[in-house]
Ligand binder design. Structure first.
Ligand code: ADP
Length: 295
């Protein structure tokens, strides 16, 4: 099964054109949708999750017309929204049981077995009787995945799942997602490049509502080879470098300002070639596709 989006557009009533002619084909496995804050990721995720309407365009999931057959989509969808609220005074086990009942698992022994299996799967079984209000950010996110997995979804959408997680929690969450991604379409929307590097076999970059690049992360990185250069400079000269070169990123390393620039030819002037990574690809794309802010 594939998710196919064609020429999708959405303008909010305040005039913001949040989705601009987006076309994407999303196969089974982990798909990373990467973009800065305000790029339109949540708008796109909510539209795929049937929570809001598009103005024009189509979305199909296998044979299902997503924008029209909403109930059919909801039956096979697991959605973990950006803001995932939990009832603080309810235990993980009781809450999952409740959600399973809402999703139509009527038989109580079947439900009990399902809830236990899900808690095991997301590694929350030992704390199943604890109230959700006592959970850490990472535990809440894993609980969110458990509820999203009820009903064996064919499509799972996770919106900014690792923001606010510590490295250990993020690692656990990544492992869980990649296990799920083996036989499901999992769309991971994020502004964190590392999430996509570690997890996704396909990806797209979205900026100001438009898809500006899509492909396999490794191939996108390969295409940037020979075009990224670095130099350590004095911080006071940064502005002049920004005027003369396409400075895609600036990092402070041991008190020195290290800049990466994009150049298809050798810029000389002390720049050294650097082996690009996905962050360089991302910053280059954002650099070339962001409208300059007028002063
Ligand atoms: P992202 O998830 O990439 O941060 P969003 O989809 O949340 O991006 O937002 C894209 C743009 O649409 C932003 O300019 C945001 O302010 C605007 N936006 C999002 N939701 C609404 C809404 N319900 N009404 C009006 N504007 C919105």
């Amino acid at each position: 099964m594939e998710l196919v989006i064609n020429n999708l557009n959405k303008t909010y009533s305040n005039g913001v054109h949040a989705i601009r002619d987006v076309s994407l084909t999303i196969p089974q496995g982990m798909f990373g949708l990467l973009g800065p804050n305000g790029a339109g990721k949540s708008s796109l995720m909510r539209t795929i999750a049937t929570l809001q309407e598009a103005d024009t365009g189509t979305i199909t999931l296998g044979e299902i017309n997503v924008l029209k057959q909403k109930d059919d989509v909801r039956r096979i969808l697991g959605y973990l929204p950006q803001e995932f609220g939990v009832y603080p005074k309810v235990s993980a086990q009781a809450m999952l049981d409740h959600v399973a009942r809402l999703k139509g698992v009527g038989n109580s022994s079947e439900r009990k077995a399902l809830v236990s299996a899900l808690l095991e799967r997301v590694n929350l079984y030992p704390v199943r009787k604890k109230n959700l209000g006592t959970f850490s950010g990472g535990m809440k996110q894993r609980f969110g995945i458990a509820q999203a997995l009820i009903g064996n979804p064919k499509l799972i959408i996770v919106d900014e799942p690792t923001a606010g997680l510590d490295p250990l929690e993020r690692n656990r969450f990544h492992n869980l997602l990649s296990e799920i991604g083996e036989n499901t379409i999992v769309i991971l929307s994020t502004h964190i490049v590392e999430d996509v590097t570690n997890l996704c076999k396909d990806m797209a970059i979205i900026c100001e509502g438009s898809v500006i690049t899509q492909g396999h992360p490794a191939e996108l990185v390969k295409a940037a080879e020979g075009k990224i250069w670095e130099k350590s400079i004095d911080k006071t000269n940064l502005e002049s470098y920004q005027q003369n070169y396409q400075v895609i990123s600036t990092r402070l390393i041991e008190g020195q300002t290290n800049i990466h620039i994009y150049s298809e030819i050798d810029p000389d002037n002390g720049f050294a070639p650097v082996k690009p990574d996905l962050e360089d690809v991302y910053f280059t794309q954002i650099f070339h596709n962001t409208s300059p802010v007028s002063a």
